[in-house]
Design a protein around this ligand. Structure first.
Ligand code: ADP
Ligand code: MG
Length: 325
């Protein structure tokens, strides 16, 4: 692990709400509380996993860090600089250092533009490189992500899913970022292709000293890729710990339930499947108290009233649960 203990990124009480508009006047009638309360430090050189069911706010959190969504409250520090109060011109400089890899890179590619030209565009927008310099840099990038020179002149539809993700990676690292947010970057790929892309992401991380925020609903993939894992539920942080600890000794009832649903490689080892009761509550109208209490097998009267604190129950292991610690 090449992890130093310097926070590259620091979130303090970050909230991101989406207004719900309705009626003939399109007035704001409420808010989807996509990110409700996230405080977190991400260290230089680490890979931190963000897991939780669909709709728990993982993508919104990533987009908020990149300033693609405006935080409703809280502070975001990147390299000790508070981003939410920066003027646009300065923010643009920082934004180059933070990039995102999406689940479907094809969606953001123009079907009629050759890949070489698409990648060059990054340098047209952000640098003063000459045409020749740009071409050389793109060829170098293609090579770095395991593609070939001849791919330069091909169109997006001529690539396989794995190759398209390599293009997504090339685009993300083009401007030498320090933080890369991978949002379900391997979730749509076949298992064998997934393994190749993960290997590539690791090689690139070592070479460029990247910090990864790895968003995924697939807990199996996250375990092996990430140094630490954060579990989210309805926009809230539930548990955070080094991967081995989180997977071997989860403390939060929600983490336990999530983990119990992963198919195990060794069927000889028994682990009871915990079935959550009820449906995921509506994030526009989240439960009082602990957001998980409506589905928690351990919930008490206190859980219905009082929101649990985010506390460090052992070194580097944080949990928000009244019944733990
Ligand atoms: P995840 O990535 O964990 O699946 P998201 O961050 O995409 O979760 O979504 C969190 C919540 O915010 C969901 O309830 C989702 O429907 C809502 N949401 C996401 N994007 C928007 C948007 N642009 N406008 C309104 N609501 C949104
Ligand atoms: Mg998402």
């Amino acid at each position: 692990m090449s992890q130093s203990q310097l926070p590259l990124l620091k979130l303090e009480g970050v909230k991101t709400y989406y207004p719900i508009k309705g009626g003939i006047l399109q007035r704001v009638q409420g808010y989807v509380k996509a990110v409700e309360n996230v405080s977190l430090e991400v260290y230089e050189g680490e890979s931190i996993g963000i897991v939780g069911e669909s709709g728990c706010g993982k993508s919104t959190l990533g987009r908020t860090i990149l300033s693609l969504e405006k935080a409703t409250a809280g502070k975001i520090f990147f390299k000790n600089q508070e981003l939410t109060s920066l003027p646009d011109r300065k923010l643009k400089e920082f934004k180059k250092e933070m990039q995102m890899i999406f689940q479907d890179p094809y969606a953001s590619l123009n079907p009629r533009q050759r890949i070489g030209a698409a990648l060059e565009e990054v340098f047209v927008i952000h640098t003063n490189m000459s045409k020749k310099e740009r071409q050389e840099r793109v060829l170098q990038l293609l090579k770095e992500v395991g593609l070939k020179e001849e791919h330069y002149d091909r169109y997006p539809h001529e690539f396989s899913g794995g190759q398209r993700q390599r293009i997504g990676i090339a685009r993300a690292i083009a401007l030498n970022p320090s933080l890369v947010i991978c949002d379900e970057a391997v979730s749509a790929l076949d298992v064998s292709v997934q393994a190749q892309i993960i290997k590539l992401l690791k090689e690139i991380q070592t070479k460029h000293r990247l910090t990864y925020m790895f968003i995924s609903h697939d807990l199996g993939v996250v375990r092996h890729f990430c140094d630490r894992v954060l579990v989210m539920y309805l926009g809230n942080t539930m548990e955070l710990a080094p991967s081995d600890i989180l997977y071997d000794n989860p403390l939060h009832p929600y983490t336990k339930a999530l983990l119990s649903a992963i198919p195990r490689p060794n069927p000889g080892v028994k682990r009871e499947r915990i079935r959550l009761q009820g449906d995921l509550p509506n994030p526009a109208n989240p439960p009082q108290g602990c957001p998980f209490h409506t589905r928690c097998p351990m919930a008490t009267a206190r859980c219905k009233q009082e929101r649990p604190e985010w506390k460090e129950v052992e070194p580097n292991h944080y949990v928000a649960c009244h019944e733990v610690g």
